[in-house]
Write a new protein. Sequence first.
Length: 115
Amino acid sequence: MVPGVDLVTVAEVADSLDRFGDRYLRRVYRPAEHSGNPAELAGRFAAKEAVFKALRADPRLPIPWTEIEITTTGSRPGVVLHGRARSWAVGQGISRIELSICHDHQRAMAFAVAL
């Protein structure tokens, strides 16, 4: 069991959206993750960071943001790994990642555990 946690401000994500628009969305999020207000996007960003930390990936093998997908089933968040992120996890014996996300209008926080 390996945890990862992250905290971001909604303003940081809103600033990136204002400054870079669709380019920011395409670089960080998969198409299914594009919708939502800045607080929801900040929650997904924090979740991606928390998952990166839980994976303990080798920094010499960068994993693109879009290879970590944050999903929602009902009100429960989930994680789908793609490409290098998935290969790394399989190689490390990680079979699943549990995730919790919370946000308000100012901050977003996520906690991930790689199992």
